[in-house]
Design a protein around this ligand. Sequence first.
Ligand code: PMP
Length: 315
Amino acid sequence: ADYMYVMKCSKDGEFTQGELSRFGNIQLSPSAGAIYEGTKAYRKENGKLHLFRPDHNAVRMQLGAERMLMPSPSVDQFVDAVKQTAFANKRWVPPSGKGSLYIRPLLMGSGPVLGLGPSREYTFIVYASPVGNYFKEGIAALNLYVEEEYVRAAPGGAGGVKSITNYAPVLKALSRAKSRGFSDVLYLDSVKKKYLEEASSCNVFVIKGRTISTPATNGTILEGITRKSVMEIASDQGYEVVEKAVHVDEVMDADEVFCTGTAVGVAPVGTITYQDKRVEYETGDESVCQKLRSVLVGIQTGLIEDTKGWVTCIN
Ligand code: PMP
């Protein structure tokens, strides 16, 4: 049809008087997206820049695109776009140890479609923003709340895809938990509400003795690249690493719990609250979690030699 009505909402949440205009394209911020990725460029002490396993982000976007009926860039196109974006924004990459440049590749349907069906046009955008270290003043353990009302994803759904829509169900749970003083939410499976899934933007591990368990990726959790890397570091160090259904009782009985993700790296969990129980975990310098963290973050930031071939140089 000819006309559309557009009304904008101001930053303080007020809708002002809208207006009719000719139907046509509107300007959107690139941060309005569909499926996306997140990776970081780090600066080494010698000033050189590198990325951490960007080919894994490329493959994850391809798998997600396939689930969402979208075409996707090849691994080479993806990695090249990320490298070019990092290089072009190199003045924004913080000095070694002071943070990183967060890079967000985004794939969105950008063509006109009204019915339930895939878009006929797609746009791939890569943008970036400098971020400080997740832990500003020393590593602070996370305090997590086990959510029983809201679920993040259901079997057969698209919870394993890094789609913007997967973050919609968790916004309310996360903001409620934060207002009660927790750092994040632990989601349970949507069927039995007894098995651990993940936190809002990170994967979860539990340690008992020398066994490190993490929820198996069965399509309802995001397969984190940090998760995969930490599993490999932990088995190198002689731990038994198990992917399985992790019961919430096992979490409450663990020696240590930690989260992994591009944002947090490896983050120790200090307490978990489930129903009326609150459990405290080991998080000190001697904890397994801190040792795994120092290897992972060491490779990412260039402080430890990358014997795994995980780092891709940019310049
Ligand atoms: N789960 C969710 C829901 C996430 O958003 C993220 C962040 N991408 C992760 C886990 C961790 O994944 P990665 O280690 O690849 O950052």
